[in-house]
Design a binder for this molecule. Structure first.
Ligand code: AIR
Length: 168
């Protein structure tokens, strides 16, 4: 699979409001259910693969470029010694949401602790390990953007109503 995707709900190319960064192509299955949620909330997104350890220059380039282009929230998805979300938070002042992946022999505990234990001053909003966390990253991004965007707020409320009716 190509490591770059630019998608909007309408199918047209638009400025990504959410940038989803993955530490490896092997993390792709974790975001499968997250992307339709971003579509549902009307949030154009960009998915990029850039390992904080293997490709630090590429990662910095992507963060700086997408930030300049107007990206509002970064979601960083990584496993093992998952420094990706923290490094992204060091490169931008935009909100960063970290999704730990259960890819190593420690079943995600390694990634969870690497992501959640940020030093004071450089926050990463850490969600659950794996696919549930990725879905919540989309929900959290939408809730943040809903503060200043009535359309996103309406989509978030509709999603909440669906959950209350027993959806999942
Ligand atoms: N990873 C990649 N570079 C730095 C880190 N922490 C993570 C990926 C993936 C795991 O290492 O996010 O979850 C294994 O990557 P791979 O490419 O060997 O499958």
């Amino acid at each position: 699979m190509a490591d770059r995707k630019k998608i909007s709900r309408s199918g047209s190319v638009s400025v990504p409001r959410v940038v989803v960064l993955l530490g490896s192509a092997s993390d792709l299955p974790v975001i499968e259910k997250m992307l339709p949620l971003l579509d549902r909330f009307g949030l154009p997104y960009l998915v990029e693969i850039a390992s904080a350890h293997r490709q630090p220059d590429k990662l910095k380039r992507i963060v700086k470029k997408t930030e300049k282009d107007g990206a509002e929230i970064f979601v960083a998805v990584a496993g093992m010694a998952a420094h990706l979300p923290g490094v992204v938070a060091s490169l931008t002042a935009r909100p960063v949401i970290g999704v730990p992946v259960a890819s190593g022999p420690l079943a995600g505990v390694d990634a969870l602790l690497s992501i959640v234990q940020m030093p004071p001053g450089v926050p990463v909003a850490t969600v659950a390990v794996g696919s549930a966390g990725a879905r919540n990253a989309a929900c959290l991004a939408a809730r943040i953007l809903a503060l200043k965007d009535a359309k996103v707020a309406a989509a978030v409320e509709e999603y909440r109503r669906e959950l209350a009716r027993g959806g999942r």
